[in-house]
Write a protein that binds this ligand. Sequence first.
Ligand SMILES: Nc1ncnc2c1ncn2[C@@H]1O[C@H](COP(=O)(O)OP(=O)(O)OP(=O)(O)O)[C@@H](O)[C@H]1O
Length: 279
Amino acid sequence: MTDPQTQLVKLEGAGVRKGAEWLVRGVDLSVSPGEIITLIGPNGSGKSTTAKMALGILTPSEGRAVRVPGLKVGYVPQKLTIDWTLPLSVHRFLRLTNHLSVAECTKALEQTGAGRLLNAEMRNLSGGELQRVMLARAIARNPDLLVLDEPVQGVDYAGEIAIYDLISEIRSTMGCGILMISHDLHVVMAAADQVVCLNGHVCCRGTPSDVSKDANYQALFGARAGAALAVYEHHHDHVHLPDGQVRHADGTLCSACPGEHHDHVHDEPHKQTDLSNAG
Ligand SMILES: Nc1ncnc2c1ncn2[C@@H]1O[C@H](COP(=O)(O)OP(=O)(O)OP(=O)(O)O)[C@@H](O)[C@H]1O
């Protein structure tokens, strides 16, 4: 547990009930500045419900959710309700819910490696571009806390790594706390400081490495999930920068060798562990 003085948000024994059903129960977690907490778990295990309690969108039916006064939150929801048949440029989208200047929009897009998309049409964006625009919208107002509900939806494996690297960079440069949800255990766990594994309640928690070895976690997802993490940790000695370049462990940059960085992906695609069907 982090120093309670610095916690941006804290859930204490928090749960939500709808009618006779508990959606999730007894969740304890906290997020401090500069910390990445990742929620994992099978479909319907209560991850989004937990994130919504942290955000204040849902009020706990038991326990409590405490946020520091004046907390600024950036949120990337799992689902976006947009009529994709209507024309909507990226900069208009960014300004729909925020009073942002064009300069602020451009800055946020540049921070997520999407500066060239300012005038693009939302409906024409690729999956990876859409997620970068969503992240730009979430960070545009310098939030203290970023809540990301499946930030790599619709993104291919190499793109996923780039987005998780980007999220780590946002944490370092902006110093915000991050509460993230993902099914994609292999990469996300390696990028997180703490992982909380849900299954209607907290099934297990700890560092990514601790969780991957936890008997409860392995019972839920199988030992294969832990093996995938080991593969990722072993190979991941480089960082994908938002501009498409790759920074190696020795600090050198390269822009023309993308194929060399994912031999573990191309050789062993079956090691990519998607938990969306688990449980
Ligand atoms: N408003 C609601 N009313 C009733 N049940 C709900 C409501 N919202 C969520 N649920 C149920 O609560 C459970 C937890 O849902 P939640 O969306 O938190 O899970 P999740 O872990 O985020 O799932 P997924 O991985 O599929 O996104 C599910 O069984 C879901 O059907």
